[in-house]
Write a protein that binds this ligand. Structure first.
Ligand code: FES
Length: 358
């Protein structure tokens, strides 16, 4: 015979075991629930991942030069998109699973829709081609962000913007902000010809007297660092976004005389500086790759497996971060690489072999 709940009922604080109605009800309920709980197998609560991506809908698709498409997209429910500052970028998740970063090039802070522009690169990693081909008006576009790694300084009042081709995308919103803030700004926009310079009309119409257009086919060649920096005084802050050759030219031209910072953003990986060859062992796939002195670990991994994850290729987004199992890593990234991690787009081995969890 089962034991009565009364017999097992503990005494109250006074040692009494009388039939208190409320106590009886609570005790009975507790006993029932504990029996139910004991009979029900325990399953850990599911961890619901934090969703950081957002799905928008493409509202406009324009070919703004023969090789650049501009996509405008808005919230699917007509709401406001997250706030952003000039120089911000988003991470687009492509239907193939690739991730690519694109700067927002609409009016600064505009939240009713975003605009990005993408140059089609025939011999790139395939992301730009997919951006051109995969999206039309009405299609969903999944993205993360915005984030900003290329700020317009709030205390700089004398500014020169140096733009190369598609490098116009983060700079255009900065120029608009500089104009709104009443900053003393100038810009030089260089490209092979006006036809291939995206958003040129918007750049020039902002303040024609402040903008120099350098079309190589009109000027008879590339702009030199002297040409690019002609409007820069030592105390002028310089913002540059364009091909690596342009950036290196501006960096060299700024030299030691500058008293104001040089801010830059690249659209291509930085060249490897002071690299030494090393071996990269991929523990999971059991392969050993040779990384030459002038190549990044990511490039070599992409040769072996084109689906290797990456985005910025400059060490700041963290997409390519892997766990290090053994070896000394020469950490060169900016995306918070800890001891046991490696950003394979920029970081290298200090020599010998590095074993990674890949
Ligand atoms: S790809 Fe962005 S940190 Fe390596």
């Amino acid at each position: 015979m089962p034991e009565s709940i009364w017999a097992s009922r503990p005494a109250d604080i006074y040692g009494r075991r009388k039939r208190d109605r409320l106590y009886t009800a609570l005790w009975g309920l507790g006993t029932m629930l504990s029996g139910f709980a004991a009979a029900t197998p325990w399953t850990p609560s599911r961890v619901v991942p934090v969703v950081r991506t957002r799905t928008a809908v493409v509202t406009k698709r324009e070919l703004i030069t023969p090789d650049v498409v501009a996509l405008t997209f808005a919230d699917v429910d007509g709401g406001l998109l997250p706030s952003w500052t000039p120089g911000s970028h988003i991470d687009v998740q492509l239907p193939s699973g690739r991730r690519r970063q694109y700067s927002l090039c609409g009016s600064p802070g505009r939240r009713t829709d975003y605009r990005i522009a993408v140059r089609r690169i025939a011999d790139g990693g395939g992301g730009s081609i997919e951006m051109h081909d995969a999206f039309d008006v009405g299609d969903p576009l999944v993205f993360e962000g915005p984030r900003n790694a290329f700020y317009l300084g709030g205390d700089e009042h004398d500014v020169l913007f140096v733009i190369g081709g598609i490098g116009v995308t983060p700079i255009l919103s900065m120029m608009r902000a500089a104009q709104q803030r009443g900053m003393n700004w100038r810009a030089i926009y260089a490209g092979r010809s006006r036809e291939y310079m995206p958003l040129l009309d918007e750049v020039v119409s902002l303040a024609p007297e402040r903008v120099t257009v350098w079309a190589d086919d009109e000027r008879g060649g590339f702009a030199t660092s002297d040409d690019l920096l002609a409007a820069a005084k030592p105390a002028t802050a310089v913002y540059v976004c364009g091909p690596t050759a342009m950036l290196e030219s501006v960096r060299a031209g700024r030299g030691q005389h500058a008293k104001a910072p040089l801010h830059y953003e690249r659209f291509s990986p930085p060249p490897v500086v002071d690299g030494i060859p090393f071996e990269l062992e991929l523990a999971r796939s059991q392969r050993v790759l040779d990384v030459a002195a002038n190549r990044s670990a990511l490039d070599v991994m992409l040769d072996a497996d084109p689906t290797t994850a990456y985005s910025c290729r400059q060490g700041f987004c963290g997409t390519c971060k892997v766990r290090v199992i053994a070896g000394d890593v020469d950490r060169r990234g900016r995306a918070g690489e800890t001891d046991g991690e490696m950003l394979v787009c920029v970081s290298r081995a200090a020599g010998g072999r590095v074993v990674i969890d890949a």
